[in-house]
Design a protein around this ligand. Structure first.
Ligand code: GLN
Length: 550
């Protein structure tokens, strides 16, 4: 039978609840338990796909094509269980499901209410996502005291009653702020936050107290007394320079023991050696590279969470430190590419919309012409293709219909704008449901032998997608004739999955690649990711070559 650990948050958001939950999961997994994780999001959006990355951070995509909360990315980086649609649900989904049932008459004429109908639905969703695992860690989004997270907390409480006390545990993450003028850590917000939880019938088994420093014994004793939680279970979680240190920090303070005792589990001892090894590598780099990342949401790196982590993982797997500098593509449009010359490699990540896209095209051109390693992800592949079409294949007005619906040469277009229509652009209805045309989730393609992609991946590639537009097959032959290599295509629709420049001949480039998918979603600190590892290796080689040339 599955046991449940609910992770709640108090005082403020952004304390790293996802990372704390994932770290506990990682320890439990290292103790031989089969662990999964769920994220319960209290907002009304059915999924985060429609939310601005400025507000909500990255949208993480699973193999089965769910657009989920970025915390699922942390889960996949910390534990080996792969996340699916069932691992993330929102208030919007719960209500949608309950209302559908009500319309079908499934509630037999009863008044449909938050308790029990919404709370029961939440419990069904939790059980569905947890099925088949020893332990399911359920992270409840938001902060205790929010109106919108109440039904989730109530559902968790009910589930703990139904599943039995020894089958559920609660962990509460709170803030212990340091007040500089008083020179003190303040425990009051934590006391109040635990009181709020107790009001609704939840007494946490452990408290994770976030602070910028370790919390001294006497403060922990005070928190323990006021919140009615044993002192051992008042755990100090201070700021660390890398999130991968958190599992060890929690284990050192006995969190996994507290939870296993609460759940009546007695698994093998924890083995966190993989984590200590990778932290050692991270902290003892043999060299260093700086990647220029050209994007739009530059001000908010949260929207590129998986990407920055993937680059960091690639650093670990190259025993190097990877610095990332963000360059606003709109700035390139006004000031040109000179500023890019100092980077060891250039990366154009995924993105949506017209703003700043010409600057990204300029960055791709710069990388191609100055032979700097280039990785274009999703939109970053599309801009590289447009650039090559314009400057090398004579398609001077090449563009994507995403940025110019009237373009004479739609080298990148919506699939239904060109498929079977001999290149003729069919305009879409403005009101058509854009979400429906998104290519989402994992797809497997064969790779052309002899390519850089084949060297990196082997014979096949399976990666996750999240985009609407595609390289237009009507124009691809002309771009290929001009030297660009399509290294992989999808088996059914023949869509361009990977493009690259050859490493020999007229258009030779040491490392230039565009991928239509998002490889960053599958990178983990333990295994890294072959594409990013290769990219960073190329950046190191470029740096070295430059140094010798000087
Ligand atoms: N905007 C492009 C598309 O929809 C690229 C999307 C992305 O980079 N994720 O196809």
């Amino acid at each position: 039978m599955t046991k449940f650990v609910f992770v709640t948050g108090g005082v403020v958001s952004s304390l790293g609840k996802g990372i704390a939950a994932a770290s506990l999961a990682a320890i439990l997994e290292s103790r031989g338990l089969k662990v999964t994780m769920l994220k319960l999001d209290p907002y009304i959006n059915v999924d985060p796909g429609t939310m601005s990355p400025m507000q909500h951070g990255e949208v993480f995509v699973t193999d089965d094509g769910a657009e989920t909360d970025l915390d699922l990315g942390h889960y996949e980086r910390f534990i080996s269980t792969r996340m699916k649609k069932v691992n993330n649900f929102t208030t919007g989904q719960i209500y949608e499901s309950v209302i559908r049932k009500e319309r079908r008459g499934e509630y037999l004429g009863k008044t449909v209410q938050v308790i029990p109908h919404i709370t029961n639905e939440i419990q069904d969703y939790i059980r569905r996502g947890a099925e088949g695992y020893d332990v399911a860690l359920c992270e409840i989004g938001g902060t205790v005291g929010d109106i919108e997270s109440l039904p989730f907390l109530e559902a968790a409480r009910q589930l703990s009653l139904r599943a039995g006390r020894k089958n559920t545990a609660f962990v509460h993450l709170t803030l212990v702020p340091y007040i500089a003028s008083a020179g003190e850590l303040k425990t009051k917000p934590t006391q109040h936050s635990v009181q709020k939880l107790r009001e609704i019938g939840i007494l946490p088994n452990a408290l994770l107290c976030r602070a910028d420093r370790a919390i001294p014994e006497d403060e922990r004793a005070k928190i323990s007394l006021f919140s009615n939680i044993e002192e051992d279970a008042v755990i100090s979680v201070w700021d660390v320079d890398t999130i991968y240190k958190v599992p060890q920090m929690l284990h050192d303070q006995g969190l996994d023991k507290i939870i296993c005792d609460a759940l009546d589990l007695n698994p093998a001892p924890a083995d966190l050696s993989v984590w200590s090894k990778l932290i050692y590598t991270l902290e003892h780099p043999k060299s260093e590279v700086t990647i220029g990342m050209v994007g739009k949401y530059v001000e908010l790196t949260e929207s590129y969470k998986s990407l920055t982590e993937a680059l960091r993982h690639a650093g670990i797997h190259n025993e190097s430190k990877v610095n990332i500098e963000y360059i606003d593509s709109e700035e390139i449009e006004t000031t040109g590419c000179d500023g890019l010359a100092k980077y060891d490699a250039i990366l154009v990540p995924g993105g949506f919309g017209k703003r700043g896209v010409e600057g990204k095209i300029m960055a791709a051109q710069f990388a191609r012409e100055s032979k700097v390693p280039y990785l274009g992800i999703c939109l970053g592949m599309q801009v590289a293709l447009i650039e090559y079409a314009r400057h090398k294949a004579g398609l001077t007005s090449a563009n994507s219909t995403e940025f110019d619906l009237e373009t004479a040469q739609p080298v990148v277009a919506l699939i239904d704008q060109w498929q079977g229509a001999d290149g003729k652009v069919e305009k879409r209805d403005e009101n058509s449901d854009l979400g429906g045309t998104m290519r989402l989730g994992a797809q497997t393609c064969e790779i052309k032998p002899g390519t850089l992609a084949a060297e990196i991946y082997g014979a096949v590639v399976t990666e996750r997608h999240r985009h609407r537009y595609e390289a237009n097959n009507h124009y691809l032959p002309r771009v290929e004739a001009a030297g660009l290599v399509v290294a992989a295509r999808t088996p059914t629709e023949d869509l361009c999955e990977i493009m690259e420049l050859p490493r020999t001949g007229d258009n030779a480039h040491p490392w230039y690649m565009g991928v239509q998918y998002h490889p960053e979603f599958k990178s983990t600190p333990r295994d890294g990711h072959p594409l990013f590892t290769s990219f960073i290796k190329a950046a190191l080689a470029h740096k070295e070559a430059n140094a010798t040339a000087e």
